[in-house]
Design a binder for this molecule. Structure first.
Ligand SMILES: Cc1cc2nc3c(=O)[nH]c(=O)nc-3n(C[C@H](O)[C@H](O)[C@H](O)COP(=O)(O)OP(=O)(O)OC[C@H]3O[C@@H](n4cnc5c(N)ncnc54)[C@H](O)[C@@H]3O)c2cc1C
Length: 466
């Protein structure tokens, strides 16, 4: 009771949710994790976040930071002890400042990613972080998970796009590191501790982000390919031809696309679903339409002549380009609607991807004759969503019943090739145990020491990451 009173004093009665009002915050997007909490609090400013953290620290109550609740590894969901306080940042949505001459933008953590992109665009600039959940994910959540998305190939992941952070520490102190500097070698770069920490070291309340020029012209195409090895060859060709102008290179398996098109009636496939692999390529040109068209069409023609591409549909308008992107971005939603699958978010050297998929598909099929690989992802970054469903006639529950065995096969295969078992989604609850098998013991120990220093009472998002 004393804690609830302190929380109400910190953020106002209306912003302390309990009972049915708190429910929407207690289950994750995939509906795989559900928990309980003493309360959900919705602070409206950094000072209010600090007051909430001090109240929770005094009561030794665990805190679970939450943004848009679109995370895929259960990082934003409390456990079922009912002890935690969920701290939702969604009310903190202000754009604090834009410095066009410095190409920077400072926003509060609860700003929805799409709103950040729009704020940049309103100043004639690009904020390039882009992912299918951008209509609900917040920039605080993006930074806490070091989100990747579809433009990493050219602009890097959330970490690469961040110049400064403001963080409320587990003690309730506010660290103001909101610097808009591209060079600052004055010791340890503390912001990188909090980026990708999934809320286990502190609560991000604001960030200063990098902006870029808007491209003068964009070209988008969907290409059909005979093999994944051909996709890797096409990537090399596109990089050589377009350099930094190649801004997206997304791969999708035929079955993955077929299920998406069958499940979401708004999706339109512009090519026959006749080849095993499809690639969505995007080129962003600084010079203009004519230059972009010549470069793009030349690239596609050369790739076709080399046998890397069998067929291609080039978008002739913004609407056609958006329709191609919807095919790619509709995949997670379509497969969630079909009941989900056993997810893996892996990264490998691009040179190993085709061999990994062939060998691991074969191994999984040997063990489980009902398995159906649902594969798509950011091939340009060596990142695949290598998910496992079931063939028609076998309920998806069968795949979930074998989740541990499937995970072990996939994760061992990734590890054996020098890859990572979490490329962009983080560890959360889902991979917290598995990572101890693959990360060197000293790295885990260093993470524990950092955690113990910044969060001595273990109150920041316990049960996640480590
Ligand atoms: C359809 C779909 C597509 C997706 N596509 C991609 C993709 O292409 N690339 C990619 O990287 N990810 C993708 N994701 C997952 C991605 O991690 C999230 O979309 C996003 O980055 C999380 O933002 P959020 O605000 O929803 O965070 P939440 O889900 O609320 O939280 C995620 C984690 O961050 C912590 N956190 C949240 N806010 C803060 C804060 N202010 N301070 C400290 N910790 C905080 C939480 O405790 C939790 O551990 C996708 C998700 C969906 C549903």
């Amino acid at each position: 009771m004393k804690l609830l009173q302190a929380l109400r004093a910190a953020v106002g009665e209306a912003n302390v949710l309990i009972g049915a009002d708190a429910e929407p915050y207690l289950t994750d997007w995939r509906k795989r994790y559900s928990g309980r909490a003493q309360a959900v609090v919705r602070p409206g400013s950094t000072e209010e976040v600090a007051a909430v953290v001090r109240a929770c620290a005094d009561a030794r109550a665990p805190m679970v930071p939450q943004g848009g609740n679109t995370g895929l590894v259960g990082g934003g969901t409390p456990d079922d002890s009912g002890a935690a306080v969920v701290v939702s940042l969604r009310r903190m949505q202000r754009v604090r400042s834009i410095d066009s001459a410095n190409d920077t933008l400072t926003v509060e953590a609860g700003c929805v990613l799409q709103a950040v992109q729009q704020a940049a665009r309103s100043q004639g600039r690009l904020f390039p972080l882009s992912l299918a959940a951008e209509g609900s994910a917040t920039i605080g959540g993006n930074l806490a998970t070091n989100a990747g998305g579809t433009q990493v190939l050219r602009y890097g992941n959330a970490r690469d796009l961040t110049l400064g952070l403001e963080v409320v520490l587990a003690s309730g102190e506010v660290w103001d590191g909101l610097r808009g500097l591209r060079k600052d070698n004055t010791g340890y770069d503390l912001k990188h501790l909090f980026i990708g920490a999934e809320g286990t070291l502190g609560i991000i309340t604001a960030a200063t982000l990098k902006l870029f020029p808007l491209p003068a012209a964009q070209m988008t195409a969907l290409a059909a390919l005979p093999s994944l090895a051909a996709a890797a060859d096409l990537l090399q060709r596109a990089r050589a031809a377009a350099g930094a102008a190649l801004t997206a290179f997304e791969v999708m398996g035929r079955i993955t696309l077929q299920h998406a098109v069958e499940t979401l009636p708004s999706l339109r496939m512009p090519l026959p679903l006749a080849q095993p692999w499809y690639v969505l390529l995007e080129l962003s040109d600084a010079e203009g339409e004519a230059h972009a068209t010549t470069l793009f069409e030349g690239l596609l023609a050369d790739a076709m002549e080399a046998g890397e591409i069998v067929d291609a549909a080039v978008a002739r308008s913004l609407a056609e380009a958006q329709a191609l992107w919807q095919l790619r971005e509709g995949i997670p939603e379509a497969h969630a609607k079909r009941g989900g699958n056993v997810k893996h978010d892996i990264s490998l050297p691009v040179s190993s991807i085709a061999e990994f998929v062939e060998a691991t598909n074969a191994e999984l099929r040997r063990r489980f004759d009902w398995i159906e690989p649902i594969v798509f992802g950011h091939l340009g970054d060596g990142n695949l969503h290598y998910n496992m469903g079931t063939v028609a006639g076998t309920p998806l529950a069968v795949a979930f019943a074998h989740e541990r065995e499937i995970n072990a096969i996939v994760n061992d295969a990734v590890h054996a090739r020098g890859g990572s078992i979490s490329a962009e989604h983080g560890l959360g609850q889902l991979k917290r145990e598995a990572i101890t098998r693959y990360k060197p013991a000293l790295e885990i120990e260093l993470m524990r020491r950092i955690k113990a220093t910044l969060d001595p009472f273990g109150l920041m998002n316990p049960g996640k990451v480590i």
